[in-house]
Design a protein around this ligand. Sequence first.
Ligand code: C5P
Length: 222
Amino acid sequence: MKRLRVAIDGPAGAGKSTVAKRVAQRLGILYVDTGAMYRALTLKVIRNHIDFSDRDMVTDLAERTQILLQNSPSGQLVILDGEDVTEEIRTPSVTRAVSVISAIPGVRKHMVVKQRALASRQGVVMDGRDIGTYVLPDADVKIFLTASLRTRAERRFQDMLEKGYLVTLEEIEEEIRKRDELDSKRDIAPLEQASDAVLIDSTGLSIGQVVERILGICLNYL
Ligand code: C5P
């Protein structure tokens, strides 16, 4: 079978990772959550008490960090320098800081090399912000997945409640809005729809419906 490369980009909370994971399972190819890579580095920056504005220090740390994404029956595990940080990278302190760390050019350069290497060896479904525009500009299928800000905030809010966090819907909506703004306005590889990407607005659609639409598009390339 052809090595299919599927890029799924979009703003925070659009459901990219849930959808991308299922699409990858159905196609029998690797799922790569690039956001998890930026989150893992951000966790290490926080743990090392490095000033977020010290771009050289953060870039240097990125170069000395090993981040592995391992597919397991329970989902994708994120391994930071040998430690499983799958849960910890989703905490609010990491979420609040990640867009500042991911805007550092040296950090992006380093991550993109790793992401392209993964996609050069096998078929992938890769989700992120700049996959269709920058990481894999010649991906076979490009999807830009979005939903209204309120819908995205409501989904995230439910996730956070289930995990036991005491937050309000308004706080989550504000956090998502700020993160999207930072991700869209950065100088390097900002969040934007690739000109050849298919736009899917998942407001009012179930996960299953979005997955089927994307698989339908992928079928044309198999
Ligand atoms: O997808 P997720 O919400 O986990 O991504 C966390 C953050 O990582 C994003 O808000 C963005 O700042 C950064 N990111 C990025 N480029 C990617 C994937 C994620 O800058 N390809």
